[in-house]
Design a protein around this ligand. Structure first.
Ligand SMILES: *Cc1c(COP(=O)(O)O)cnc(C)c1O
Length: 351
């Protein structure tokens, strides 16, 4: 089966042999306080910074999921209020989770066909602006100009970005926000069960002012451990090992970015010629490069999903109100040209 689900998705095929290697090398039994682990962790973080162009003075942490990152941000970087600007289910879920912890958390939703308004009014108590760079549920994305715009307009705030379905796929400008996170089952082409949380010096300074140390995953507790390249709890050592292998395997993010952008343009062109299907989002300025949402009538959508499944391909279900009238196609770096050609050949029967 080749999964085009936007996460978990197709793995890099090399994962099969890396797993064998991990077993032989005994990495799955390695103690997380050992010199062996420390060397692996340090090397992985330095590779991550190099391959994704993350500024040297940013801190990187291993977490278990993007969902955990939502919670860490709410607990360790916010005393009273975050402001969530969202247009889809993941951004909204982040807002809902935050509200349970900080009752004052606020939200502004925006139209899926538009970029969010940067000239918003914030509240007196707003401390962090929360944005979703790539909204996986509907296939929209924020561009650099918009993210930078928020940072420039609100220099006193932290800007936190959920980049779960774009990090390692497109070239993110890490300088344009203070907190970034992503789990590895999307563009990293790895099995689920780990995420990365990336913080600017400004974000860490703020965390020290707040000084939350009450939880196993308080950022300062994690920071103390990370000085020795370790974690408060036993981390997903196997996934750290696989991440190390993937990072060695992939080329520069600029090359990957160009490939992903070119492939997404081909997907949208492919859909623009169709009669029974179309892109869910019509504004090219906000369409995602890594998640292509495709709209059609209910019958056609379910027919296609079943037909391609019989041929060994998995498409992503639609989300929320578009559950039955859309499917989603992941355009992640681990997808190979031959997979895409084969899927398009099948889809040609239903255009
Ligand atoms: C997949 C996804 C998440 C959730 O990731 P988990 O690792 O399951 O917590 C959060 N945000 C976005 C944008 C996603 O695509």
């Amino acid at each position: 089966m080749i999964s085009f689900y936007p996460g978990p998705s197709k793995l890099y095929p090399e994962v099969a042999s890396w797993l064998q290697q991990a077993y032989k090398e005994g990495i799955m039994s390695v103690n997380h306080r050992s010199a062996e682990f420390v060397a692996l962790s340090q090397d992985t973080i330095s590779l991550l910074k190099e391959k994704l162009n993350i500024p040297a003075d940013y801190s990187v942490f291993y977490t278990s999921s993007a969902t955990e990152c939502w919670e860490i941000i709410t607990q360790s970087f916010i005393r009273k209020q975050s402001l969530h600007i969202y247009n889809g289910a993941f951004g909204e879920k982040w807002y809902e989770y935050s509200k349970k912890i900080n009752l004052n958390s606020a939200g502004i939703d925006f139209n899926v066909e538009k970029l969010p308004e940067v000239k918003i009014k914030i509240f007196k108590e707003t401390e962090v602006l929360c944005l979703t760079q790539n909204e996986t549920s509907n296939g929209t994305q924020l561009n650099d100009t918009t993210i930078n715009g928020f940072k420039e307009r609100f220099p006193e705030l932290l800007v936190a970005i959920d980049a779960t379905s774009s990090m390692a796929g497109i070239n993110l400008n890490f300088n344009s926000a203070d907190i970034w996170f992503a789990s590895v089952q999307k563009c990293f082409g790895l099995p689920a069960g780990m995420a990365l949380l990336i913080c600017s010096p400004k974000a860490m300074k703020r965390a020290f002012q707040i000084n939350d140390r009450r939880r196993y995953n308080s950022i300062l507790f994690m920071y103390d451990k990370m000085k020795e390249w370790q974690t408060p709890y036993t981390p997903n050592v196997l996934n750290i090992y696989l991440l190390n292998k993937v990072l060695r395997h992939i080329s520069s993010i600029k090359g990957t970015h160009d490939m992903i952008v070119a492939r997404s343009a081909e997907w949208y062109k492919f859909l623009s010629g169709a009669k029974r299907l179309s892109a869910l989002i019509s504004n090219p300025e906000v369409r995602s490069n890594t998640v292509i949402s495709v709209k059609g009538d209910e019958g056609t959508i379910s027919l296609i999903k079943e037909a391609v499944k019989k041929e060994g391909f998995i498409l992503g279900n639609g989300y929320g109100k578009w559950a039955r009238t859309t499917f989603r196609i992941a355009n992640f770096p681990a997808h190979e040209e031959q997979d895409i050609v084969a899927l398009k050949t099948l889809l040609l029967n239903y255009l």
